[in-house]
Design a protein around this ligand. Structure first.
Ligand SMILES: [Zn+2]
Length: 205
């Protein structure tokens, strides 16, 4: 029914099916797991730093915990905001940049999660330029993504192409488009209060 929202009664995550995924697809999925640590769960980010190797070798105990904690975080966000306006937009961390990468490079050339990882590092770069995120936190993020076999450097498309693909070409001049940025690990914010020139510097790579 259009306009109606129903929450799922059950989320089934079958860990055995993960064993059948190509390694690259599994790594891409890790980008969304790491995302939960970055947007609202610093303790989970810490845990991921210590357990990423076990996860990458598909150890069941660690996989169960990572999936449980990811689902819990998503449920918490969705419960606060069932209608996808406010806090739920935090789930888009890395995705505005990431979608531009996917679109420009061709869907499937860069996997979604790969583009999200590189896009998350772009959001982090802008956050750092704004003085919101420490270099040490950037280094932690780079290290975790790298250990998860994810790219941390976005392709150089040029500023204009990025702005165009992000839908920001006109709107960015008003500074009104909202991006998900970070004010620390475990603290993402939805904001239009960033400097458009700093965004361009981020996109220049
Ligand atoms: Zn995604």
């Amino acid at each position: 029914m259009i306009g109606a929202f129903y929450q799922p009664q059950l989320v089934l995550a079958d860990i055995d099916t993960l064993q059948t995924l190509p390694a690259r697809e599994f790594a891409a999925g890790m980008a969304e797991v790491i995302k939960y640590g970055l947007i609202r769960d610093a303790a989970f980010f810490d845990w991921l730093e210590h357990n990423v190797s076990a996860l990458m070798s598909l150890s069941e105990q660690e996989l169960s915990y990572a999936i449980y904690r990811s689902c819990q975080n998503k449920a918490d966000v969705v419960a606060v905001d069932e209608h996808e306006q406010g806090e739920r937009a935090l789930l888009n961390l890395g995705h505005t940049f990431g979608h531009a990468i996917e679109n420009a490079m061709g869907y499937g050339v860069w996997l979604h999660g790969e583009a999200v990882a590189a896009g998350t590092m772009m959001a982090a770069d802008l956050s750092q330029r704004m003085g919101w995120l420490a270099q040490a936190d950037i280094a932690r993020m780079q290290s975790l993504f790298k250990t998860a076999n994810l790219p941390i450097i976005a392709p150089n498309l040029g500023v204009d192409k990025y702005l165009d693909l992000m839908g920001l070409d006109k709107k960015v001049e008003n500074g009104k488009i909202r991006l998900v940025l970070q004010q620390g690990i475990g603290k993402a914010v939805i904001t239009s209060d960033y400097d458009a020139e700093k965004l361009k510097a981020t996109l220049e790579l």
